[in-house]
Structures are given as structure tokens and as C-alpha cells.
Design a protein around this ligand. Structure first.
Ligand code: MG
Length: 203
């Protein structure tokens, strides 16, 4: 399986990163070895001194698809959760400044913690999902998928023009404003609506 991620998909986050709004989705991949499940702790790696959280809505692809029309994209995922696109911001900034790839900053072990998936049928409107991240009991990110520049269906359509989507593939749909640093013993709690789907420690 593959993990497809979208960057700069919320205006306020692009502003906080001092980046212009992308005319098309900004897409990158993570390997399956970056997945962390079951609220396992994330261990801070020694190669970075600036590890940051990015809370994102994640959808799970449930059938094979390529060249999917936006109007049929909803049929291609049936589960959703909140995940964290953990980023070594120092490495990302350094590589981006030199025009080098981002992989080392986004693809390390544990860089994709996943909450528990819930059926999309339990979500009244996927284009208006409230989600939030708490760090040590304080809300640090809070947004709605209605704030996305490219909707979930538009992302599925776009990326399926480049990659065949397969059952079990995951799509991280971008983070809203409020990204920030992670330190040892931080406690992260991710919610969709009022439901806690992710509850993990940084070690
Ligand atoms: Mg991200």
C-alpha cells in the first residue's frame, strides 16, 4: 500500500508557512514503514531538532481506481480518521531551500500515526468535518474540511490521474494552521467532532 499526502491544502497554514497558494494539489508519498497504529508512542529521532505535528484528515481507499472523475470519488473511500503528518521541519526547510526532495523530513519510521478509522457513513457531511488536535490538553489545531483548498473528492480525482489507487491506500489531506513542535512526554489527542480517535505520547 501507499500513503499519499497533500501539502498546503489550507489557506491559513500556507500563510503561516509563508507559502503561496498552490494552483494544483501539492502531492508527496510516505512509505508504509512510517505508519504508527493503536496509539503507540512516537520516539523522537536523533537526526532532527525540530520535529513538528501536522494533524490531518485521512481517508482509506476501498477499491481499485484510476482516472477517477470527481463526481464518483466518494465511492472510493469508506473509512476516515485523523492522523499526524510528523515532519522534521529543520530537514524540510534545509532541503526545500536547496530544491532537494522532502523524503528524509517526512518518511521516517513513525512519521504517520493513525487514529482509529470510523465509517464515512457516520459522518453527516464529509465536506464539513470538524477536527482538532490537542497537545497536553490545549487545542493547537482546529479546523473544518470545508476550509480545504482542494476537497477530498478533488484530491482523489487528481492523484488517481497519476497513481492507480488500491484498496488500503491512505490519503493524508493536508493540515490546517497551528502546526508546532513536539517534545518528549507531549500528549497528543486527535478528534473528529467530539470523538477521540487518536491518543498518543511522544517519547
Ligand atoms: Mg502535512
Amino acid at each position: 500500500m501507499k500513503i499519499i499526502c497533500v501539502g498546503l491544502n489550507y489557506r491559513k497554514h500556507a500563510m503561516e508557512m509563508s507559502r503561496s497558494l498552490p494552483p494544483e494539489p501539492v502531492v508527496f508519498l510516505k512509505p508504509d514503514s512510517s505508519i504508527l497504529r493503536n496509539n503507540k508512542p512516537f520516539f523522537l529521532p536523533g537526526f532532527s531538532s525540530m520535529i513538528q505535528y501536522e494533524a490531518e484528515i485521512v481517508v482509506k481507499i476501498n477499491r481499485l481506481g484510476k482516472g477517477i472523475d470527481v463526481k464518483f470519488a466518494r465511492r472510493y473511500y469508506d473509512e476516515i480518521t485523523i492522523g499526524i503528518d510528523i515532519t522534521a521541519r529543520d530537514i524540510q526547510n534545509r532541503n526545500a531551500a536547496s530544491g532537494l526532495p522532502w523524503e528524509l523530513s517526512k518518511c521516517f519510521d513513525g512519521a504517520a500515526p493513525l487514529g482509529s478509522f470510523i465509517p464515512v457513513t457516520e459522518i453527516p457531511d464529509v465536506e464539513n468535518i470538524d477536527f482538532s488536535l490537542e497537545k497536553n490538553g490545549e487545542t493547537v489545531q482546529k479546523a473544518s474540511t470545508s476550509d480545504m483548498i482542494f476537497s477530498i473528492d478533488q484530491i482523489i480525482s487528481y492523484v488517481s490521474g497519476f497513481f492507480t489507487l488500491k484498496t488500503g491506500d491512505l490519503i493524508f489531506t493536508g493540515t490546517p494552521a497551528g502546526v508546532g513542535p513536539l517534545s518528549r512526554n507531549d500528549h497528543l489527542t486527535g478528534r473528529i467532532g467530539d470523538r477521540i480517535l487518536l491518543d498518543m505520547m511522544i517519547k
